[in-house]
Structure formats: structure tokens, C-alpha cells
Design a protein around this ligand. Sequence first.
Ligand code: C5P
Length: 406
Amino acid sequence: MLLKNKTIVVGVTGGIAAYKALELTSKLIKSGADVKVVMTKSATEFVRPLSFQSLSKKPVAVDTFDEPNTWEIRHISLAKSADVFTIVPCTANVIGKIASGIADDMLTTTVMATKAPVLIAPAMNTNMFENPIVQNNIEKLKSYGYEFVMPTEGRLACGDTGQGKLSDINSIFDKIVCLALSKNTDLKNKNIVISAGATIEKIDPVRYITNHSTGKMGFALARAAYQRGANVTLVAGSNRCNKINGVNQIDIESAEEMKTAVMTASKNADIIIMSAAVADFKPNSFSDEKIKKSGADHITLELTRNPDILKELGEKHGGTKTIIGFAMETQNLIENAQKKCAEKKVDFIVANNLRTEGAGFGTDTNVASIVSQDGSTIKLPKMSKLELADIILDKALECSKNCKIL
Ligand code: C5P
């Protein structure tokens, strides 16, 4: 349970996105957090407190004078109990009040009294968001250390299109986790490059060669590294994952493009993790025009080797940077991984067998073994890709302490 023993105070203000705070509350509860909800009066016009109460199993605070039957002063006890205080969604009005030191209801009073990190997720009409007064208020709050998950662009409830849409709940959740576990920022100041997903090798303008990788393992690594404070560059091939707010994602298609992006990003990296499923071969040539059937029963597609990015990384940075590879096999898993580790000069290989139940493409779990250069092997049980990501990062951090400084 990621957020066990953590108290998250969720402030909800009066915007159309208020209902999305229900999803966030549910996600936080499922992660083991103790969630306490504070709503402004206008928020209760959009969503009833009972909905939050049912999810959090706790009374919802709305009015400063509506004190419960305890001797504690409620806004102070709420403010003190928070490990993270988040306001989702946050209106221009509440941003303005906090920035001006106005505390005239339960939410603004509590936020003023807290010493916990405050994370604000604004959501409003584009014109309101772009208004220099709102922008100045945001800048002012940032200068005081308030954290923001900025709204995204999209079609807004009012019919306008532009920036103002509440950021997606997963990104807000990730940032809360990051703040709540901020004591565990053991990867702070580490530059980590991760590759993820499948490469695409074009045959003609219509067809291409790819594989079944969905990018889940690489994105889990990027998310976990970001949550632990790292500066993450994610070189992403074809994938079925959502972008992670705070992670620098570079989208590529072919193995050659991946090589260029990974090699460039690796110059400043401390740790490099190649979890992408890179095509070993690409078509000999790319046809500018669609290849016609022309009545043929057979055609031959000639393929040529792609660069082995991991091997080149090993040759260039082995021993000075921590380098990790993946190996997906259908047989002789450990032997093949040991060979790969030596050939590619990497610190360790995360090996998984495609045929093992709970491992492989598109699953949320993995069953892996960590095979190190010194010959040792750790066989891990089935676990979520996010849990495995943390174990890989623990081991990577341990290896990086032994790297030579140039
Ligand atoms: O040799 P094999 O392809 O099995 O090794 C897998 C590892 O090598 C993975 O970490 C993968 O990301 C990387 N790789 C690479 N360039 C290739 C093929 C694989 O970097 N052309």
C-alpha cells in the first residue's frame, strides 16, 4: 500500500470538474491513504458532500462553524494531520484568496494553517486562466513553495477550447505520491534515461514492422523514478500508456531514432535503463510509394540489422554510468541473460520469460529475474510492474554508487 499511514486532505472548490475529485479520493483510498475532504460551499452545489463521505468514510468539512463533537478545533486539526494538502479542482477565486491571505471559509482557513506541502490543480475557463491576475497569483504562490499541476488544453465545459481543463487524475495522484513520500527522494538529482515501448520500422507509407510491447514496464519505471525525485527522460516508442506529468517524454518511432534520442540524453545520465522492445532488424529500404501486389504470390522483404543501442551504450559508458537492459526470452532465460550481460557490458539484465503466467506484453504484472554482471541472479516472485520498477531502481542506485567518476 503506497500511501499507508499517510493523510491526504483533499480540498474541493466549486467548478464543474469537482466530480473528478471523487475519482481522486477513491484512488487515494485504494492506495491506503487516510483521506479527509474539505469543500467550499459552492463545491457542494456541484457534488454532494455525501458522495465524498461515502468514499472517505469520514465526515466532510464545509463550514468553519460546523464543528464536530470533539474538543479539537477542526481546521487546525485537519491542517496538522495532513501529509499532503491538495485542492482539486481549484478555482481562480480560491487561488486568488490563498494568494491574498484571505481565509474566510473552512478550506481557505485550513490551507492557511497547514505546514504540509500544498498541491493545487487549477481548472477554469481559458480566458480566466490566462488572465494576468490569475497568472500572477499562481506565480506568487509558486514563489512561496506551493506546488501546481497545471491544467491541460481541451474542450472546456463552457464550450471554449484552450488551457483550463483539470489535469488528468493520474498525474495529480502521482504528484501527491511524490510529495507524500518526499522523505524517500533517494533519486533526487539523479538523471535517469529510460526507453520504453516498441519501435516501428517502416516498409512503405502504409506498412511497418513492430512488436507487441505496450510500454507498461518502461512507463512504470519512469513513474517510480519520478516519484522518487529523479529527473526522468523517457524515450518512448509506440505504446499504450498515458503521458506522465513531470517526466520529459521524447517520442520516437524507429530504432535509429531511439538510438539518437537515447545517446543524446545519456550524455548527462547517471542511470540508463533500456526497457524498450527494439526491433533487431529493419527493412533494407523504404519504398516511398505503396508496394503493389502486382499479381505476385510471394514477395521477399529483405531486412538488415538495426543498431544494438544497449551494446553501444555499454561500450561507451560501461563502468562510468549504470546501465540496465531487459531480456525477454521464451527459453534458457538465465543463461541467455548472463550471456547478454557480459556481451553488452551492462550492470544487470532484468530477464523475463514470455511464457510465464503473469509476465510479458501488456500485463500489469511481471515475473522477473535480475541477472548481474558478477554472475549473481535474484529470482523475483510475480508482482506489479510498479513494484518491480522500485526494485530495479533500488538495485540501480546501489550499482551507481560503485560507478567510477570520470
Ligand atoms: O539482445 P536482446 O535484443 O535480447 O537484448 C535486449 C535488450 O537490448 C533490451 O534492453 C533492449 O532494449 C536492448 N536492445 C537494444 N537495441 C536493439 C535490440 C535490443 O538496445 N537493437
